[in-house]
Structures are given as structure tokens and as C-alpha cells.
Ligand binder design. Structure first.
Ligand SMILES: Nc1ncnc2c1ncn2[C@@H]1O[C@H](COP(=O)(O)OP(=O)(O)OP(=O)(O)O)[C@@H](O)[C@H]1O
Length: 330
């Protein structure tokens, strides 16, 4: 879908992209990096809107330096910043964008209605966009990127400014662009955590350089520990402590999980992380829970979070997840 080779972009004072070589296959790909990492610069080069200063890139097999117009016919683009005319309705705007992409009027109207319904805008689509919430504006920007039925969409920070519910809804929509319509997606974010649920592949850049490009599953491999959560009972008012003692007595290594990230809902100390020493560990946990008469809420292999990969000892302070808002990773 997208291939770059030693792609560089130098501004007089800043190197925005530094010999970036990536290869992006069909599917949903996340492009993650801190503010200023070079994400928007890369998207503008891929659309043929801004020339690279070195190297080369192809989108759908077309050269960005010479075939920008053909690329923009086949690729949808959702820009990062607010760019919607306030006095125009979503319907008028998206029909206009569809016409600009070459659709005849009737087809443009039909596609606009379908696309706005798909992104979840109904009656509001006839109102001027100046009165829309941030979430509604993001949906209109997504709709105009999809209306001409592109093969690929480039989405620049589509969750920017959204609350957690709005962000989840937007991520769900993005996933469905691929599963329902077969359109490939390149989506940028400065939040590592939100990409692991949405993307098949994640490309991480920092200071314009490639840090890592991997399948999401490579980032989130099983850790070798088991997360176990149980209910309390009258006999064991602190079921977690009782289970922990029983598992240690059975020879297992156990520690409480910090009450954050995927364990935030459970609260600090109420999830145990048990080191897995073969299949027998599962049986030992099950038997200990049954012997204590506790209810088993969950017993699941724990996986790495993407953010943790960049907190590992190999990560330098410069490329750590901290500055990418990893606290939003939950
Ligand atoms: N037209 C320009 N002139 C000079 N410097 C620029 C220009 N456009 C971008 N830059 C610089 O290039 C670097 C990369 O910017 P870019 O907008 O691509 O980052 P980004 O990862 O998209 O971050 P953000 O999410 O904050 O937009 C930044 O240091 C930025 O200041």
C-alpha cells in the first residue's frame, strides 16, 4: 500500500523526517509518535502535497513525486486541524467534496447520505457545522475522506479532542472502515495505547526516525504471567489475600497487579499476577480457588501493552512512552 525508501524532509531549522524506510501492507496501520515526530509531514508527502527533500515513496504503486493527483483520486485524507466551513451543513459539504472527487451529482448525494449514516450523523447533517461538537466535526471529516470510496484513507489524529467515549466510538468506526468496506487505513496518534485495539500493525517514529515497525501482536505478546481476579466471600472477606497465600503455599510466584491500565476497573491489589510454570499452573489456580470457595472473575494470560515496550530497559529516555501520553493507554 505504502512504501518509503530513505525518505527525508528538511526544513531550514528542523529535520522533520530522517531517512525513513517503511513498508505498509493492506489493513489498519497505526503511525504513532509524539507531537512533532513527523507524522503530518509524512502524510503530506504521501499525498503528493509536499515534496520530500530526499529519498522516495510510493502509495498504491504510484510515485508521490510525480503522481500526486492520481494518488489523491484513490486515497482519502482526514486532516488533523479544524477545516470545516461553519455556515455549511454536513450534507452540503460532503456532497461538495464528493463532486470535487469526480462523482456525478446523483451519485455524490447518494454516497453522502450513506457515508454520513455510516459515521453516525443523522438529522444533524442538515444543520450548519458551526454548531457541531468536536465529535460531530471529526465524523464529518471522516465522512468526506470516505465519500469517494477510496482504496486507502490517511487519518491524521482522528481522536484528537474527543472524550474517552467519543474516542472509543471513533476507533470502532475506523476498524469498521476496513472490516466492512475493505478500505486500508493509516491512522496517526500520539497515544500508543489506543492503537493496540484498532490496528493490525504499528509504526513508531520519533524525531522523524523509524523506531519500530511491527505487527500489533508482536508488541503485545503474552508475558508469561496469568492475571487472576476472584470475589470475596463471608469466609474470606479478602479473597485475593487468601488466594495469594494458598498459591504461594502451593509453590507459585505471585504478586499483586498495580491497579492501573487494564486492571484499573478492578482496583489496586485485587488482581494477582501468577508466574506461569507450565500447564499445571492453571490447574493449581483453579483448584486453589475452588478449595477456598471463591468466585473466579477472570483467569487470563496477561499480554504486554504497547506502552510497556517503550518503558523497557532498552528504551532510552528520548524514546520512552512517557511523552506519548501513555497514561491514556487504558
Ligand atoms: N512548514 C514547516 N516549516 C518548518 N517546520 C515545519 C513545517 N512543518 C512541520 N515542521 C516541523 O517538522 C517537525 C514535524 O512536524 P509534524 O507536523 O510532521 O509532526 P507531527 O508528528 O504530525 O506532530 P503533531 O501531531 O504535533 O502535528 C516539527 O518539528 C515541526 O515543527
Amino acid at each position: 500500500m505504502i512504501a518509503t525508501e530513505s525518505l527525508g524532509k528538511r526544513f531550514p531549522r528542523v529535520t522533520a523526517l530522517d531517512r525513513l524506510s517503511i513498508d505498509i501492507a493492506p489493513g489498519v496501520t497505526g503511525l504513532v509518535g509524539a507531537n512533532g515526530a513527523g507524522k503530518s509531514t509524512l502524510i503530506k508527502i504521501l499525498l503528493g502535497l509536499s515534496p520530500a527533500t530526499e529519498g522516495r515513496a510510493e502509495v498504491l504503486g504510484l510515485d508521490v513525486a510525480t503522481e500526486g493527483a492520481a494518488i489523491r483520486e484513490r486515497v482519502g485524507y482526514m486532516p488533523e486541524h479544524d477545516c470545516l466551513p461553519p455556515d455549511v451543513s454536513a450534507t452540503e459539504f460532503v456532497v461538495h467534496m464528493a463532486r470535487m472527487s469526480g462523482l456525478p451529482l446523483t451519485a455524490a448525494r447518494e454516497r453522502t447520505a450513506d457515508t454520513l449514516r455510516h459515521v453516525g450523523l443523522y438529522e444533524e447533517r442538515y444543520r450548519p457545522m458551526g454548531g457541531y461538537s468536536t465529535g460531530m466535526k471529526q465524523r464529518v471529516k471522516l465522512a468526506q475522506a470516505l465519500v469517494h470510496d477510496p482504496r486507502l484513507v490517511l487519518l491524521d489524529e482522528p481522536t484528537n479532542g474527543l472524550d474517552p467515549v467519543g474516542r472509543d466510538e471513533m476507533l470502532g468506526l475506523i476498524r469498521r472502515i476496513h472490516t466492512d468496506f475493505g478500505i486500508s487505513v493509516l491512522v496517526t496518534s500520539h497515544l500508543l495505547g489506543e492503537l493496540e485495539r484498532t490496528c493490525d500493525h504499528v509504526v513508531v517514529i520519533d524525531g522523524g526516525k523509524l523506531l519500530r515497525s511491527s505487527a500489533t501482536s508482536d508488541f503485545t505478546q503474552a508475558t508469561g504471567s496469568l492475571a487472576v481476579e476472584v470475589t470475596d466471600t463471608d469466609a474470606h472477606p479478602d479473597g485475593t489475600a487468601a488466594l495469594s497465600a494458598a498459591l504461594v503455599a502451593a509453590g507459585l510466584t505471585v504478586q499483586p497487579a498495580a491497579g492501573e491500565g487494564e486492571f484499573a476497573a478492578a482496583g489496586a491489589g485485587s488482581v494477582l499476577l501468577v508466574d506461569v510454570a507450565g500447564d499445571a499452573t492453571y490447574d493449581l489456580v483453579r483448584d486453589a480457588v475452588a478449595a477456598l470457595g471463591l468466585g473466579l472473575v477472570r483467569m487470563e494470560p496477561r499480554r504486554h501493552r504497547i506502552a510497556e515496550v517503550f518503558r523497557s530497559p532498552g528504551a532510552t529516555p528520548d524514546n520512552s512512552a512517557q511523552k506519548w501520553g501513555s497514561s491514556d493507554a487504558a
